[in-house]
Design a protein around this ligand. Structure first.
Ligand SMILES: [Zn+2]
Length: 469
């Protein structure tokens, strides 16, 4: 006969059960938090997770585009047949002695200048290498060479992998990536000798490239619609350069703001910390606009863009001469709240003259600053620096922008209280899409199509066929 538990016993038991339950809840809660934090961390600092995982509960806005047709984009169609969906990005780092590191081994092949594969030099055996020029040829000094995937051999240190008069291509195994100095890339890496110097060219899928450009060009805090517009603009810009690259060119675009910024898949900051060059959000933006480009009157549009137009768009008609029907000067109502809409920079009059003397020593800038006035017409204009009374030297706004690292050349200059005060508008050349304007227009609910329609005239969005279609 079982004796019922006394109320006291039950009350002794419940706290224990309650305590155990609390611990369980705490553990489950912690696990959930840890998983979530890992996901976030992956987003911020690069993640090895498969890119097929899509983040965020909110679906990205749909961008409508017409299907690709040769009749509507004739210039593209001639190159479409043999295009493999790849783009060649010049990533030659500032330090040419940069070492390479390959995570999962690779295949190294040698090509002729006409692009024919000559031989495979190494197969799945190299994880570190540094390219060198010796006796006019291109060499790779490889370390950590593995034979059969298991034995690391020190004896192969400084053993040249081979001499290539023209081109070596390193293709990582499986989904591996290549570190070139402080940047890590998807795709393969070409090493070339051009005019006696080593050039490094990342051959990468256009969509992989776009995912990184979106993040390299626009912060993740910018509106999704603005970032979608940026992705379409970046894709059109890249494709235009791919279509118009001279036959002998070894790359289509470079990775600087001269073309568009491209940090790669991951990169290391100055303090050695790793960052994502391509976040999950950037990848989702690329996916949601996959293959979409701007077509203007049958041609892929050269879609210029700049950080902030400062309230007036397309001020430099000489930049878009070939596409004048796609651009026209207009007021931009969207970027008004951008932090770089209007700006002020001040330097002392002594430093101002010092800088002019240093940059252009042959001109007489005088010993003491006398004054400065605007002269000449044009959007940027120029200024006259007064020397001794009656004598002047002229300097353009563009020159002032470069000398004093100013955000734009749309500026005015004032001399007051021993200082030179630059007052300017916007950041960059002001032509095409205004990145701050696109961000804020997206926040106001404008779609990517509406944003692009505002910044470029007479365009249609066209979706390229997927590779293999
Ligand atoms: Zn603007």
């Amino acid at each position: 006969m079982s004796t019922p538990k006394s109320p006291q016993a039950a009350s002794r038991l419940f706290p224990r059960l309650g305590f155990a339950l609390l611990i369980m809840i705490a553990i489950i809660g912690y696990l959930g938090y840890a998983m979530k934090t890992d996901r976030n961390r992956g987003d911020q600092a690069g993640s090895d997770e498969k890119s097929s995982e899509r983040p965020g509960p909110e679906p990205l806005p749909v961008v409508n585009a017409i299907a690709y047709s040769p009749e509507r984009a004739p210039r593209l169609s001639s190159r479409m047949r043999d295009w493999k969906g790849l783009i060649r990005v010049d990533v030659t780092p500032a330090k040419l002695e940069s070492s390479l590191s390959i995570e999962k081994g690779c295949v190294v092949s040698r090509f002729t200048s006409t692009g024919d594969r000559v031989e495979t030099i190494r197969d799945r055996s190299m994880s570190n290498a540094s390219p060198k020029i010796e006796n006019g040829g291109l060499f790779l000094d490889a370390t950590d060479v593995r034979y059969g995937g298991d034995v690391a051999s020190k004896s192969t240190l400084d053993t040249p992998l081979g001499r290539a008069e023209s081109l070596l291509e390193i293709t990582p195994r499986e989904d591996g990536t290549i570190w070139v100095g402080e940047h890590c890339y998807r795709g393969s890496l070409r090493l070339l000798l051009v005019d006696g110097k080593i050039r490094m060219v990342n051959v990468v899928g256009l969509e992989d490239y776009i995912a990184s450009v979106v993040d390299s060009e626009m912060p993740a805090t910018f509106s999704q619609r603005g970032r979608q517009a940026q992705a379409i603009v970046a894709r059109s810009y890249a494709l235009y350069h791919l279509l118009t690259a001279p036959r002998e060119a070894v790359s289509d675009v470079n990775d600087t703001t001269r073309h568009q910024r491209y940090l790669g898949y991951q990169y290391r900051g100055k303090d050695g910390r790793k960052f994502a060059g391509e976040t999950k959000s950037g990848r989702a933006i690329a996916d949601s606009t996959q293959g979409i480009i701007c077509v203007h009157r049958g041609d892929v549009l050269l879609t210029y863009f700049s950080a902030c137009c400062g309230g007036t768009n397309n001020r430099l008609p000489e930049m878009y001469r070939d596409f004048s029907s796609a651009y026209h000067r207009q007021k931009d109502p969207f970027c008004r709240d951008a932090p770089v809409y209007h700006w002020v920079e001040t330097v002392s009059q002594e430093r101002f003259l010092e800088e002019l003397r240093r940059a252009e020593p042959k001109r007489n800038w005088g010993a003491v600053f006398q004054g400065i006035q605007r002269s000449g017409s044009g959007e940027s204009g120029s200024f006259e620096v007064e020397l001794t009374p009656g004598r002047r030297q002229s300097i353009s706004a563009e020159r002032l922008q470069r000398l004093f690292s100013l955000r734009s050349s749309f500026l005015d200059v004032e001399a007051r209280d021993g200082a030179i005060i630059f007052k300017g508008e916007g950041h960059g050349h002001s032509v095409g899409l205004c990145q701050w304007g696109a961000n804020l227009a997206g926040q106001q609910g404008k779609s990517a199509e509406e944003i692009l329609d505002f910044y470029y005239d007479d365009i249609e969005l066209m979706r390229l066929p997927e590779q293999g279609e």
